[in-house]
Every structure is written in C-alpha cells, then in structure tokens.
Write a protein that binds this ligand. Structure first.
Ligand code: NDP
Length: 463
C-alpha cells in the first residue's frame, strides 16, 4: 500500500494550481485538485479575462466617434450593460469548462470543495469532512481585494469582484486607488458612459511606473473627462436617503456617487487554511513564505502564485507552476525567474512596459541615455482625436544595454510582449538601431530613435 493516497494534492483551481495539477497528472502522477469557488481562479473568473472583455466594450464609444473622420456616419448607438454581463458570463463559463477538461483529460481528480491543511501531508475536504494524504501539496489559493476594514463605511463599497456583475451600470462612480485595477476600471466605466472620479493618495497615479507613462496617462484620462484627485483619500463612506454613496474625502469635500469602488491592492487568501497546523510560515501580510523553488517552511508543501505575494500576475503563477513540475517531477531544478517581467496596464491608452523606469535606472547606473518620442498616432490625424503616443528607451551608457522600454499608446501591451523578448535576450541599443523598421506602424519609432533625447548622470538629467 502506498504511503500517501495522492502523489500531489493541489489547493486552488486558478492559474498556478491548474497548471501544476494538469502537468503532474499528465506525467502519470496521482493528482487531486480542490477549488471552493469556480475553476479558472481570479484571472478567468473575476480578473484579467472579464476585465479585457469590458475594456473592449468600453472602447466602442471612441470607435463610433472616430469613424466620422474616416467617412462613416454611424447611427444612434445604445449600450446594454446586462447584455455585456451575460456575454462575459458565457465566455468565462466556457473557459472554466476548458480548464476542467484539461485537468480531467490529464487524469486529475477534480474536487469542488474548500480544502484546508490539518497537518503535514494531510488535507481535509470541507464538503465531506474527509481527510486525505498526499506526498506533495501545492497551495495556490490566490488573493482577494483588500476590504480596507479601517475605512468607516467600507461595507458600502464594492471591489473589482462585484464590479463585473453589478445589477445595473452606475451613473457615477468613485474609485479609490492608483494602481492597475483602479486605473483600468476608471477607463472601463468612463468608456461605458459612467461619470468617473479616481481618488489616489500619492502625487501621481501608478507609483511603480516610469514618470512619463504616469503623467502621460493622467493627462490622457483627464482629456477624456475622467476626474482624477491626487494626494487625497476617502475618510468615510455613508449612504444618503436616495441610496447614494457619500464619500467624505480629506481635501475635496463630499462626493456623492452611485458606487464607490476600492482598488487598494490584493491580499493573500491564507486565513483559515490550517497553515499553522502544517507548519507553513507566513509573512506580516499573510503571504506564504517560500524559497527560490516555491518550497514553504513545511516539508512537502509548496506555494505558488498570488498567495506568495511575489509578483501578482497570472503568467508568473503559471511560470512558478512549471518550475515546480521541472524541479519536483523532472529532476531538473528550476527556480522561477522574476527578472524583466513585461506587463501592461489596460488603460486607454494602454501602457506596456518592461525593465527599469528612468527613475529606477538612475539609482542603479551612473550614466544613462534616454530615447524618447512623443507623437500623434496616425489614426488620430483623421479621427481628430487629441491623443499622444509616448515611447521611451532607457539605455545604460556604459555598455549600451537597453534597461527599460516603456510605451503609452494603442496596443502597448502587445508591443511590451515583444520588447520583453529583446530585453530578456540582453539586446543593446545598437541591436535596436540595426533592426529594420516596419512601416507604417507606431512601433517603428522604437528602432528609429537614433540620438538620445537627453542623458542622465547619477540620477540627474544633464542635457
Ligand atoms: P496595486 O498594488 O497595483 O495598487 C494599489 C493601489 O492602492 C496603489 O495605488 C496604492 O497606493 C493604493 N493604496 C494601497 N493602500 C492604500 C491605503 N491604505 N490608502 C490609500 N491608497 C492605498 O493593486 P491593485 O489592487 O490595483 O492590483 C493588485 C495586483 O493585481 C497588481 O499589483 C497587479 O500585480 C495585479 N493586476 C495586474 C493587472 C495587469 O497585469 N494588467 C491588472 C489588474 C491587477 P501607492 O501606490 O501609493 O502604494
């Protein structure tokens, strides 16, 4: 009789959990995976996928307006929120099915229950109360939006979880936060016709991004009509007689809106998971502490994805899962590589970025060359839309290595993916210069910025 009932037990059916469970099962391992909500996790059910679908939906207002410049007369248009929610639901249900099909085809046992650790190598399934044992356990339970309990009236606010399925599209919304989610949803709601205000505690939105991207996006969002209040916070939220949410802000007085959405970061789902009983240690934010191979402090227990709070991105969780499989089942120890992760903010316009911002590079390298282009995209010439594309390369003057590439403009996310390959390969500015341009595109600018726009010495712009 085997020592354990399973070779691998995975807790959490999101990106990291499903990938590790499916791959292990396809290698002939006896695998079970448990998910308490819906297979697909944050990304498929209430994150990346529905978000991108809503971004597409919200772009039609501008498409219809821009069409006139190209000779089109577009008839009266009307948006139906319930139709969008239903179409989104159909698509994520399809994807949820595909995730389960992949697991089933690989031979994994699919469980629809919450599972908690009860000791080393042991998990309890909450639907039946049954206890099972596994040689290895992967915890991939993700995270959730911080509820911001300290805010009086936080229970009157929504998070991105609820935003996707609101019974009605609000007429007005106040969104707190200046990160990915706040910025993306501000653009979505505005595009769908909602009067939108963003409130952010810092000087400029998107604190971890390059200054040019931050300022450029801020200006573009205000130009569209999104109100942005920086250096301010919501102090409390109440509800008035008409059911409106009334937010009391520190600097901008009372703001009455249909919905207040909090997008103040995400926290790991580690409460009540039985981590202590299995000897799994967490940090002060509740994230599971792991080593370079995703091993927790308890032998045989591993953690992947957002629950470890390393980098909260879907492809990172998937990559960590694949490294786990290589290390544990293919006798090929691979440690996840978290360097030079290309990423996109699906704002309107988008931001696509990889590598160091000018500010970060200025702290790490003595001399930089900065190549910067700001131009009106071709489509805007006929549409008449006031918008700017910004492209920026940060180059180490000493060895000409491109340290960072940043784009604000249409399809910046698509471009960031390809720039990610170039930077990962260690390309220099000379490699960019000898690359032939694709014409007419916006991205040709990336290979035709021959002279530096300015230089930076010890973090200071010098010319
Ligand atoms: P972020 O960490 O991006 O942003 C959180 C925001 O909340 C920041 O602006 C932060 O301010 C602010 N904030 C935090 N605490 C407080 C507070 N107590 N009072 C006021 N403001 C506060 O988190 P998100 O929730 O936007 O997204 C979570 C993660 O999900 C992201 O980090 C990202 O990795 C991932 N994600 C990725 C997407 C993509 O790839 N396109 C899309 C959506 C999410 P400050 O900057 O000053 O700290």
């Amino acid at each position: 009789m085997p020592a354990f009932e399973y070779d691998l037990f995975v807790i959490g059916g999101g990106s990291g959990g499903v990938r590790s469970g499916r791959l292990a099962a396809s290698l002939g391992k006896k695998v079970a995976i448990a998910e308490e909500f819906r297979y697909g996790g944050t990304c498929v059910i209430r994150g990346c996928v529905p978000k991108k679908l809503y971004v597409y939906a919200s772009q039609y207002t501008e498409h219809f307006e821009d069409a006139a410049g190209f000779g089109w007369t577009v008839g009266e248009s009307r948006f139906d929120w319930q139709k969008l929610v239903a179409a989104k639901e159909q698509e994520i249900t399809r994807l949820e099915g595909l995730y389960q099909k992949g697991l089933a085809n690989a031979g994994a046992e699919i469980l629809r229950t919450r599972a908690e650790l009860v000791g080393p190598n042991t998990v309890r399934l909450l639907d039946t109360g049954k206890t099972v044992t596994a040689e290895r356990i992967v915890i991939a339970v993700g995270g959730h939006p911080t509820p911001h309990d300290a805010l009086p009236g936080h229970e009157l606010c929504i998070s991105s979880n609820e935003a996707f399925d609101l019974a009605e599209l609000p007429k007005s919304i106040l969104i707190a936060g200046g990160g990915y989610i706040a910025v993306e949803f501000a653009n979505i709601f505005h595009g769908l016709g909602v009067e939108t205000t963003l409130i952010y505690r810092g000087k400029e939105i998107l604190s971890r991004f390059d200054q040019d991207m931050r300022r450029g996006l801020h200006a573009a969002m205000e130009e569209k009509g999104i109100r942005i209040l920086c250096e301010d916070i919501i102090q409390s939220v109440a509800v008035d007689a008409d059911g409106k949410r009334v937010a009391h802000t520190m600097k901008h007085g009372e703001i009455a809106v249909d919905q207040v959405m909090l997008a103040l970061g995400r926290v790991p789902n580690t409460k009540g998971l039985g981590l202590e009983s299995a000897g799994v240690k967490t940090d002060e934010r509740g994230a599971i502490i792991v080593d370079a191979f995703s091993r927790t402090s308890a032998p045989g227990i591993y953690a992947l994805g957002d629950v470890t709070d390393r980098v909260q991105l879907t492809p990172v969780a998937i990559h960590e899962a694949m490294c786990f499989i290589q290390t544990e089942y293919k006798n090929n120890p691979v440690s996840p590589d978290h360097d030079l992760i290309a990423t996109a903010v699906f704002s309107q316009p988008e931001i696509g970025t990889v590598g160091l911002s000018e500010e970060q590079a200025g702290h790490q390298f003595e001399d930089l060359e900065v190549y910067r282009a700001e131009f009106r995209p071709m489509k805007a010439t006929l549409s008449g839309r006031k918008e700017k594309t910004i492209m920026k390369l940060i180059v180490n003057a000493a060895d000409r290595k491109v340290l960072g590439a940043h784009i604000l403009g249409h399809d910046a996310g698509e471009m960031a993916q390809l720039l990610g390959i170039s930077l990962k390969a260690g390309c220099t500015k000379d490699d960019f210069d000898r690359t032939m341009a694709v014409h007419p595109t916006a991205s040709e600018e990336l290979v035709t910025m021959y002279a530096p726009s300015y230089r930076v010495h010890k973090g200071e712009r010098v010319n």
